[in-house]
Design a protein around this ligand. Structure first.
Ligand code: SF4
Ligand code: SF4
Length: 94
């Protein structure tokens, strides 16, 4: 998400098929494969986001969404923002 991001979530709402959580250590650390680019990375849930991350039911209406995406009213946010994969870091919204 870039600086002009409105947090609409569109770039993340269909990413579940690419985001594979291969191994988890507790709730906060997840070894992942982002299969679109074949990047392996360690996702870390920030303390501020742990409660939201636990609430998986809140995303039931978006079954194709990235497993790290959560919604706050009408806005979406990434619970692993600082450790998201390179594809997400480089993404520029058009
Ligand atoms: S970067 Fe993603 S969440 Fe932000 S405005 Fe663009 S599509 Fe929406
Ligand atoms: S890691 Fe974050 S920015 Fe990337 S698709 Fe998932 S929710 Fe979106």
């Amino acid at each position: 998400m870039d600086k002009s991001c409105t947090r609409c979530g569109k770039c993340c709402l269909h990413m579940r098929r690419y985001m594979v959580i291969e191994r988890s250590i507790g709730e906060a650390q997840h070894y992942c494969l982002f299969s679109l680019t074949k990047e392996r990375f360690r996702a870390r849930i920030g303390e501020d986001y742990l409660t939201a991350f636990r609430d998986k039911d809140s995303m039931n209406q978006y079954p194709e969404a990235c497993p790290f995406l959560r919604q706050d009213q009408e806005s979406f946010y990434c619970t692993i923002y600082s450790s998201r994969p390179e594809h997400c870091k480089k993404f520029i919204c058009s």
